[in-house]
Design a protein around this ligand. Structure first.
Ligand code: BMA
Length: 819
């Protein structure tokens, strides 16, 4: 196989009277216009409104390339486009090659006849997606959520680009993935599918290789498997067939496990087709040896829903992933690796790729394989209806084939899911009555798409929708079956304490908004905008008037913050407390509940949203909380008036033993009463270890308002899990000024910060004014007398700082400081 890469420098112009400018491929129209200074940053202040105009024009991309006689002589020559966004027309040497209309597809066109030896040209025209959906919607208006531009579901383009309740309207376009020419002679590998059979400490691999052989000569097909320890196993056959099966047995396999349960061993499988020692074509994959499916079994509550890996049912812990930027050209493997590592640092074992975005790049899944995140993969349909006709049907079937074939080998791939919230919408959202579209729904998600999955990836579990109870419009958001999206807290304005009323089998979405931190807000505002009800702050809040909603919830929990920055901080605490309240409850009910995936992991621009990491990669309080509430061994407190039940949840494969320590303290941190207890929790379970009753001490509100319980679980000499509980709302607690002292020590690769308060300090936040960094812990509670050591690895600093600079840049505050 020979390859001519067409990535790199192109030129582009607006067809309606634009000048030629430099373009980068892969890239996009907005990316190129921004680089040329022709549009303003759409994320700054209210620029979104101005920059949308660019999406109403058509654009032309062009470059030259050279083809040698050697390539021209090959049997087959294809143009491969891994991503064209979206409505395009492709010309080579001014001859029209193809038209495309699906950004999620991988296109391949035979171009042998139109190529010349030497200089050639390629031109791709992109037509305005906005004009297209507006026109389609005029002709055929169909229901879709009104948080995005009308008509978006007519086009196979990432829905969030047309706006979402956390995203701006930036309907970009362009050559967004690799583009190249591939030339083959004699034969090519058409398809490889690997099946694993696990039995008695042995994994038998069946490698099905389909070979297009244009020569009818016998070829050598060689398969090799390289183990993580470097052992190489090879097997080869001679063949002239299209379909071939090669078997390889792996004894004493090193299994792949999700994060927290074991290692992420990966094997490299290489498939090579040769003729007389000369390689004709080859492909390779990294696979993990594991079984991974979803178990659904009838039980006393309804029906279970749990990921089962290598025979172990896991409690899925993670968040929903959305695209990382509106301008996709700015996404990089480095940024994604940081995000995935952030998931691992917060003890995630799972991530759900939400259906309103994109099928991420291969590197996203490679990272999930390497770090151990089980991927719940939605197909890309969300909150809309779709009008199925022959053309649309063919388009989505091809799209499904392309992506299933691209991603099916990944160890991390946990399940395929038809869509986001559409079964639920048909049943409960009062959609306009339209029997044709409702039937189309069933055809798409319960017939055509699962058929493609069955054909191309029979070993991965298919789930019709999220949420669903198994399909057929049968109570999709049933609390006792399948997965659930629970939004009564937040959208339904219910207090977050309501989470404890439910025992969902698997909660794949629940969320609570907060503002990003001041540094992030500063990136898109002028000082005069820094009021949460200002025009600009509301432009960066896409969920209606939700800045007021944050205030509504805040009023129930915290005092009215004294200034803008204190309000941002307090909103993050509120969000963190809300999600913690739900997750800890569901982990206490492990067995019945087997998944807590909160909405949402990340942002695509600076905005008030449900994310735990903002668009600059800065951790909100929630992400530090997640690190604690997703800890493999968790001690959690379930408080009711004057009593507290302490539960241990163990998500590891081993029994855990240790000591539970607790102390009831006053607001100065003086101990009123204390105790400890040896505790043991079997692997993969949750147990109630201790019930403490303080009704004799907490006799009235006055005392409740200045008493807290501190609890920790000590295992092998270290605090595995800890926290504090109040017996009233934080707004009513009588906090004393903790006068927190911080002391910095420079220890080669890290700075160690010792934090010591003079009284009970709640939600202690450390921050650096002049840099971003990762603290080993943050937004934690401390009692007087504790000297808590928090470290910052120097490699996590976004700007190098000396010890003096670090010290003078370091700030600390706690809840006491918000008023
Ligand atoms: C769910 C998601 C998204 C949305 C989020 C917050 O409905 O599927 O569509 O952004 O809630 O409203």
């Amino acid at each position: 196989m020979q390859k001519v890469v067409l990535n790199g420098k192109w030129k582009m112009r607006k067809i309606q009277g634009g000048e030629w400018i430099d373009a980068q491929v892969p890239g996009s129209v907005y990316y190129d216009l921004l680089n040329a200074g022709l549009i303003e940053d759409p994320f700054y202040r209210d620029n979104e409104d101005k920059t949308i105009e660019a999406a109403y024009y058509d654009y032309e991309y062009e470059r030259e390339f050279f083809i040698t006689s050697d390539i021209l002589e090959q049997d087959r020559i294809f143009l491969c486009c891994e991503g064209l966004d979206t409505i395009s027309c492709i010309y080579i040497n001014d001859k029209e090659i193809a038209r495309t209309c699906n950004m999620h597809r991988t296109y391949e066109f035979d171009i042998k006849q139109v190529l010349n030896e030497g200089k050639n040209s390629i031109k791709i025209i992109f037509y305005s997606p906005v004009k297209y959906i507006e026109e389609k919607d005029r002709q055929n208006p169909i229901w879709s959520t009104n948080i995005a531009m009308k008509g978006f579901s007519h086009l196979r383009k990432a829905h969030y680009m047309f706006g979402w309740d956390w995203g701006p309207k930036v309907p970009d376009m362009g050559i967004w993935r690799d583009i190249y020419i591939k030339a083959f002679s004699i034969a090519r590998i058409d398809d490889v599918y690997i099946t694993q059979n696990h039995k008695d400490k042995k994994v038998s691999l069946n490698i099905r290789a389909r070979i297009q052989n244009w020569s009818n000569q016998e070829l050598e097909l060689e398969v090799s498997v390289l183990s993580p320890q470097g052992e190489l196993i090879k097997s080869s056959i001679n063949t002239s067939q299209y379909e071939n099966n090669v078997h390889i047995d792996i004894h004493n396999p090193k299994l792949w496990w999700p994060n927290g349960y074991g290692e992420q061993h990966l094997y490299k499988v290489e498939v090579v087709v040769q003729k007389e020692g000369k390689i004709i074509d080859n492909v390779s994959y990294k696979i993990g040896l594991r079984t991974l499916t979803v178990r659904r079994e009838k039980d006393q509550w309804g029906e279970s829903f749990e990921f089962n890996v290598n025979g172990v049912s896991i409690f899925a812990m993670g968040a929903d992933y959305i695209p990382e930027d509106n301008i996709l050209a700015r996404c990089t493997p480095e940024k994604t690796e940081k995000l995935i590592k952030d998931c691992i640092d917060a003890n995630f074992n799972c991530v759900r790729v939400w259906g309103g975005g994109i099928y991420p790049w291969d590197y996203f899944y490679d990272l999930c394989d390497r770090y151990g995140l089980v991927v719940w993969q939605d197909f890309l349909y969300a909150c809309a209806t779709y009008d199925l006709n022959d053309e649309f049907k063919e388009n989505i079937i091809k799209e499904t084939e392309d992506n299933v074939r691209r991603l099916r080998h990944h160890a991390s791939l946990g399940l395929w899911c038809g869509n986001n919230e559409m079964e639920w919408a048909w049943v409960e959202w009062g959609l306009p009555n339209n029997p044709k579209l409702k039937t189309d729904y069933i055809k798409m998600f319960e017939v055509y798409i699962p058929e493609v999955v069955k054909e191309h990836d029979p070993n991965t579990f298919y789930w019709p929708a999220s949420p669903s109870s198994g399909g057929g419009f049968d109570n999709p958001n049933d609390e006792n079956r399948g997965d659930v999206h629970y939004w009564d807290v937040w959208h339904g304005l219910k207090p977050f304490t309501d989470y404890r009323k439910f025992y969902f089998r698997f909660c794949s979405e629940f969320g609570f908004q907060s503002f990003p931190c001041l540094k992030t807000v500063e990136s898109f505002t002028l000082p005069k905008d820094r009021n949460i009800f200002s025009y600009v702050m509301e432009k960066h809040q896409k969920n209606g008037t939700a800045n007021g909603r944050i205030m509504f919830y805040l009023s129930d929990y915290f005092l009215y913050p004294k200034d803008f920055d204190s309000l941002l901080y307090t909103s993050q605490l509120l969000q963190a407390e809300a999600i913690k309240y739900g997750v800890e409850h569901w982990r206490r009910n492990r067995g019945r509940c087997m998944g807590a995936i909160y909405w949402q992991l990340n942002d695509c621009w600076p905005v008030a949203s449900w994310a735990s990491i903002d668009s600059f990669g800065r951790w909100k309080a929630l992400h530090y909380f997640a690190k604690r509430f997703f800890a493999p061994v968790l001690l959690s407190a379930c408080e009711t008036d004057t009593s507290v039940a302490l539960h241990l949840s163990n998500e590891t494969l081993k029994t855990v033993k240790g000591t539970i320590k607790w102390a009831l303290r006053d607001n100065f941190s003086n101990i009123i009463t204390e105790g400890s207890k040896e505790a043991e929790v079997p692997a993969l379970s949750s147990v109630l270890c201790e019930t403490l009753e303080f009704d004799n001490i907490l006799s009235d509100d006055k005392i409740k308002r200045k008493t807290y319980l501190e609890y920790s679980f000590v295992c092998d000499g270290v605090d595995a899990s800890r926290g504090t509980v109040l017996f009233c709302r934080p707004k009513h607690f009588e906090f004393i000024d903790p006068e927190i002292k911080i002391d910095v020590c420079d220890e080669n690769d890290k700075f160690v910060v010792t934090v010591s308060p003079q009284a009970y300090a709640k939600y202690v936040e450390l921050d650096l004014r002049d840099s971003d960094c990762r603290f080993s812990d943050n937004y934690f509670d401390l009692s007087k007398g504790e000297n808590r050591q928090i470290y910052v690895m120097k490699e996590t600093l976004s700007r190098k700082l000396s010890k003096n600079e670090f010290e003078s840049s370091l700030t600390v505050r706690s809840i006491f400081d918000i008023v």
